[in-house]
Ligand binder design. Structure first.
Ligand code: URA
Length: 236
């Protein structure tokens, strides 16, 4: 939300006063004097007027979890354990998943309460590479490399997947890098060749690798540097 909107929504200021407060440099956001009425603020921003706190700003939280197979990437499920059950954190209802994994897929999962950040991580336009280790029922051939780099047509969405790179590791194992996160994308790409994925594990998202110190089911907070690596530029 724009800072002028936030301020004029408060009972103590009208729009005329808000304009003046900003010109008079009486508003600070996260410690910085803000004059631009279009400055974007968020639930995490600390907003002050003449040193009085108008919004304290809630802490933004970011975690990486080693998702084990056999749990659901959802905040609630009646039948199965969810990834949130693995977190021992307060206010879990504030958290959401940035880029789900299927029930039996393992690997890197990002969990946060920052919707702006998670949209940036997951939206296809950001073209954030996600790297998967894949094992299949049938042999994976060179033809897959060509097809995945050209794109696979998904009739349901009427789209062709963006170019993806495939590295063959063994007769039935490979490493695949994709920049989207379409529904069951990896399984459907291999499905083009009628080849069933029997093991799927996400190794990385953009610059962030699954921490090798984590065992399946464990998690840790992201460092500030790790969070900033994903920070959208102000224009996004
Ligand atoms: N693609 C899939 O098919 N499943 C996942 O869990 C992730 C990507």
């Amino acid at each position: 939300m724009r800072v002028d909107r936030f301020l004029s929504n408060l009972p103590q200021f009208n729009r005329q006063q808000v304009r003046l407060l900003l010109i008079e440099k009486r508003i600070r956001v996260d410690g910085q004097v803000i004059c631009d009425p279009r400055h974007e603020i968020r639930a995490f921003s600390r907003i002050e007027f003449d040193g009085h706190v108008l919004q304290a700003g809630k802490p933004a939280r970011y975690f990486m979890l080693y998702k084990p197979p056999g749990c659901v990437s959802a905040t609630q499920d009646v039948e199965h354990p969810t990834v949130l059950d693995l977190l021992d954190e307060p206010d879990k209802h504030d958290l959401h998943i940035a880029g789900r994994l299927d029930f039996n897929t393992s690997g890197l999962l990002l969990i946060t309460n920052d919707g702006h950040w998670s949209r940036h991580v997951t939206q296809p336009q950001t073209k954030m590479p996600k790297v998967y280790y894949v094992e299949t029922e049938q042999e994976i051939t060179e033809a897959y490399i060509r097809k995945f780099s050209e794109g696979v047509y998904f009739a349901f969405e009427d789209l062709t997947t963006l170019p993806a790179s495939l590295e063959l590791l063994g007769p039935r194992s490979a490493r695949l890098s994709i920049v989207e996160g379409r529904y069951h994308q990896v399984k459907r790409m291999f499905g083009f060749f009628d080849n069933k994925v029997v093991r799927l594990h996400r190794e990385s998202i953009g610059p962030l690798l699954l921490d090798s110190q984590l065992a399946p089911g464990e998690y840790r907070a992201l460092s500030e540097r790790e969070v900033m690596q994903f920070q959208p530029s102000p224009a996004n």
